[in-house]
Design a protein around this ligand. Structure first.
Ligand code: GYE
Length: 329
């Protein structure tokens, strides 16, 4: 009986130790490379393939893993949080050396993040942030400043309509509900346009970051609102969908109805150069090389900054036309 009790105690203690994240997990020894032959294995859970941005992001991560000799286990969640959670659980079970993921929404990650922490597997957030009260459940967050992106979009609108004497009717195509970029781009945009009380968001709805979603929502907006002056599309794909809806309604995108978007993917930049959009704020999807660098450091037990912000720029029509031939995504 005594023996059984002390064995149980030993198991319980081991559990507590693991929960404190004190000792390195097998294959996560500081300075070590992880798996067999020192190669690091990364489990990556991607949101899906909703947009041109996402496709470019996936390619960047896959290419960078190869270049960095990291064994990548890539999982596509098809836009569903529950798929991401089960992918992360499976990475934990497989005892990968590091987990990275781009969370589809901001909330609901505490349990699975704690499981990774208790298994002593470091987590890196890429592209999107999470809301959590838990401490030290991820090592770093690599991605753009979405509030800044929304703000730049709004500041352009303020300048463009500086001489408006009456109300300027704006419709907003929001990204995926509850996602970090949708929430923060909305915040940045409304903050910026508050500078001019003539600027009014008369309708705002999610198009889920897809071209089809943007088109469908824009069709409904056009039916319900006889006067729309500007579309703020929280990504290029929804802006491209809006162009289709505007043209189908017999109006000229970029002229009758202006469009400002975010991402600066190839198709978006083409529409901008063609005069069908008016302004695009870039969001750089090429996060792969930085992610692999951070992963190596984290697995080696080296310190990394808690937040790594990727720099962005903005493009008007002339700038888009000039840069298009060498645009990589
Ligand atoms: O803007 C959009 C994609 O999280 C920054 O997600 C990313 C966003 C990007 O679907 O196109």
């Amino acid at each position: 009986m005594k023996k059984i009790l002390s064995a149980m105690l030993a198991v319980a203690t081991a559990g507590v130790l693991a929960a404190c994240g004190s000792g390195p997990a097998p294959g996560n020894a500081p300075g070590g490379g992880g798996g067999a032959g020192g190669q690091i294995t990364m489990g990556f859970s991607q949101v899906g393939a909703e947009s041109g941005w996402r496709t470019a992001n996936t390619t960047s991560i896959q290419d960078a893993a190869k270049a960095a000799d990291i064994n990548l286990k890539f999982s596509d969640a098809n836009g569903k949080q529950e798929n991401q959670i089960s992918a992360i659980r499976s990475f934990i079970q497989q005892r990968v050396n590091v987990i990275a993921f781009s969370p589809v929404v901001r909330t609901g990650w505490d349990a699975v993040l704690l499981e990774a922490k208790n298994a002593n597997i470091p987590v890196i957030l890429t592209d999107r942030a999470v809301d959590t009260q838990e401490k030290d459940v991820y090592k770093t967050f690599l991605g753009a400043d979405f509030v800044q992106e929304g703000q730049w979009a709004g500041e352009w609108v303020v300048k463009e309509f500086a001489n408006a004497t009456g109300p300027v009717n704006i419709v907003q195509l929001e990204g995926t509900t509850g996602s970090d970029p949708a929430l923060e781009r909305s915040t940045g945009f409304s903050k910026a346009i508050a500078a001019n009380p003539n600027l009014k968001v008369i309708a705002s709805q999610t198009g889920d970051f897809t071209r089809a979603g943007g088109k469908q929502v824009m069709e409904a907006f056009l039916k319900a609102n006889p006067k729309i002056d500007l579309v703020f599309a929280q990504n290029d794909d929804m802006g491209l969908g809006a162009i289709e809806a505007i043209e189908a309604a017999g109006k000229k995108p970029g002229q009758d109805i202006k469009i400002v978007a975010i991402d600066a993917t190839h198709d978006g930049m083409q529409a901008l150069a063609d005069g069908k959009m008016n302004f695009i704020v870039e969001c750089n999807p090429l996060l792969g090389p930085q992610l692999m660098d951070l992963a190596k450091k984290v697995v080696a037990g080296e310190p990394v900054p808690a937040r790594v912000v990727t720099p962005d720029q903005t493009f008007d029509q002339q700038q888009a036309a000039a840069i298009l031939p060498e645009r990589k995504y």
